[in-house]
Design a protein around this ligand. Sequence first.
Ligand code: SF4
Length: 388
Amino acid sequence: MNLKEIIGRCEHLFEDLNFTAVKEWKAAAPGRKVIGYMPIYVPRELVHAAGMLPVGIFGGGDQLEVIQGDAYYQSYICRIPRSTLELGLTGRLDCLDGMLFPSICDVIRNLSGMWQVLFKDKYVKYFDLPQDYDDSTGGSFYVREMEVLRKDLSALCGSEISDQKLNASIGVYNENRKAVRELYAYRAQKPWQAPTSEVYLVLRAGCVLPPEEHTALIRNYLISCERQVRPQRDNARVVLTGSFCEQPPLGLIKSIEMAGCYVVDDDFQLIQSWLLDEVPTTGNPLEELSKAFLHRSASTASKYDEKKEDKGRFLLHQVKTRGAEGVIFAAPSFCDPALLERPMLQEILAKHGIPHTAFKYAENTGQMAPIREQAGTFADSIKLWSAA
Ligand code: SF4
């Protein structure tokens, strides 16, 4: 496939709120099962090792009219739980055999309860993640949580998820994460060649494709990018942070780029780059997954920092290693994890003299013009300061 075809396919997968690709995967062999997951992180390796397809559910975006979903929630919370409920209540998620709700915030936790009540014939699990990073406490808790999931999924698929199968799936996801790292490194090096609006679509395809196919898609995209020379602009290099759960509309990402910013790092699809390096495939798989989560994972607003001095370290590292000139805080309206973290991170950036700006969005926001103006002014001010 050439570049246009790859992006066309990704766009189609992104826009298809009927999850046709998932239905086709399921129908291709008898007995296949699909497990959905909400942002931010679940160990997809366990689902894959059960022979099932893990499917990322990131709300309804800006194409879905929320009618029923609004009735379940007050107005002063983010939109993703409402649009996810709308997807479920309108039958668009009927192809899912189960759903995982990771512990990111109260909204997702409440949604898991609603799901249990509304979709009684489906497997539903609130998947708890550790907030303690000691192997003997947080680690053993997390291994137990994964053991429960492993047992549940084994029962659902009708066969045991052996260590061997799990290690093989860890290998598959290691390869996928490696490809994602290559994609991010390439974009940071040549952001004009791999615009974030495209990179985002390529990553979103990973929500619905089997990981093996997604890895190949990323690599094809990188090859195609390199073949097509695009003009380089004098844009400001920025890290975009805070968009790890409810996603901004694609138009907003394009607006930021058109305003003169090269996004050289982001947290849009955090699950795909959450674990920072290879998880060993020869040991006890659950213990290795636990160690990778506790000690070698992205440190963002969604993760508790044990020590005060660790706050902001990961963001500073992103700025430094990606050669960024500034940071854009882009968070969903009413997103407690992102918005409570923001002032602390802003203070740290100010201490280090790193320019930053901030705005809020909703997945269906129509406020492109003001955000474009704000991002444009930010990019201009960076260019003025760096020229001084
Ligand atoms: S957008 Fe923020 S508040 Fe809303 S469900 Fe996601 S993490 Fe929770």
